[in-house]
Design a protein around this ligand. Structure first.
Ligand code: CP
Length: 315
């Protein structure tokens, strides 16, 4: 029987919590179709020709911003780069005024990163353009979650029944939240690992197991996702010393001896080398850290394409 055609209906991507398994799989399948464009000598397809994408970044970024810029370029959209430091935000202009002024110039898709949780949702309710969340506060980083599950699916073929450890600074991590939603919807079991001081409030409401010992968990899991310690988001020190954190929760060559031979080692970047992960492991044979970055491009192409399609369905 012919597979029923899937109609994408969302003109915004705010988070993975609100997406179904079928919708997440549709994004991953769409991304797989876009991978080929990046292998062409002329890396372009006219999919978003005539559309304007604004990268509205109120926080620094290397991977996400560059990846969205390249993704939009490869789909032939025009891209406008906005940074807080060089804009009139420094003169006190609000987020909404900024977005409405950009919208007055005729934009189609806003990709926003903001330190305030809920900023993308707020924008989506107040402007007509499509809104894509590129990371909001501690809430979600949906395209990171998508590229992570895309990478696992590509390497392991399915997520059903896989055990995935997410290790480290869960409390401050929007990456962890988006990963939890995507992984569990796709059938993986998630174990959060870290010191109690880096676990989020209301953890019992998340569909996860929790462990305070990486040594107890490392031998059981198929995938380990090492999170960056986000010193910039912390008030009081959540652990006695960096050395002690590294000793208990760092992914070292020694600790890797206890892991499954085919474990996937992931990290969203940027890496604190020698703190949450040793360089020999980050650059070692089990690491898929640079594949994550590479896959992010196809995933972001898919997201830009689909929200634009969602905007047309809504009309
Ligand atoms: N993973 C990630 O979001 O990296 P950037 O902060 O460099 O975008």
């Amino acid at each position: 029987m012919k597979k029923k055609e899937f109609i994408w209906k969302h003109k915004h991507l705010i988070g993975l919590r609100e997406l179904s398994r079928e919708e997440i799989e549709h994004i991953l399948d769409t991304a797989a179709g876009f991978e080929e464009i990046s292998t062409r000598s002329v890396k372009k397809a006219p999919v978003l020709r005539g559309k304007v994408v604004v990268n509205l970044f109120f926080e620094d970024s290397t991977r996400t911003r560059t990846s969205f810029t390249l993704a939009a370029n490869r789909l032939s959209a025009d891209v406008v780069e906005f940074t807080k430091k060089s804009s009139s935000v420094s003169k006190g202009e609000t987020l909404l005024d900024t977005a409405k002024n950009l919208e007055a110039m005729g934009i189609d898709i806003v990709v926003i990163r903001h330190s305030a949780g809920g900023a993308p949702k707020f924008l989506s309710r107040n402007i007509n353009a499509c809104v894509v969340n590129a990371g909001d506060g501690y809430c979600e980083h949906p395209t990171q979650g998508l590229l992570d599950v895309y990478t696992i699916r590509k390497m392991k073929h399915s997520l059903q029944g896989l055990k995935v450890a997410i290790v480290g600074d869960i409390a401050h991590s929007r990456v962890a939240r988006s990963n939890i939603y995507a992984l569990t919807k796709l059938g993986a079991e998630v174990i959060l690992v870290g010191p109690p001081t880096l676990m989020p409030a209301k953890i019992e409401q998340l569909p996860v197991k929790v462990s305070y010992s990486l040594d107890d968990v490392i031998g059981q899991v198929d995938v380990i996702n090492m999170l960056r310690i986000q010193f910039e988001r912390m008030g009081a020190n959540p652990f006695p010393s960096v050395k002690e954190y590294s000793h208990n929760f760092g992914l070292t060559v020694e600790r890797m001896q206890k892991a499954k031979k085919d474990i996937l080692v992931m990290h969203p970047g940027p890496i604190n080398r020698g703190l949450e992960i040793e360089s020999e492991v980050a650059d070692g044979p089990n690491s898929v850290i640079l594949q994550q970055v590479q896959n992010g491009l196809a995933v972001r192409m898919a997201v830009l394409f689909l929200v634009n399609q969602g905007a047309m369905v809504k009309k």
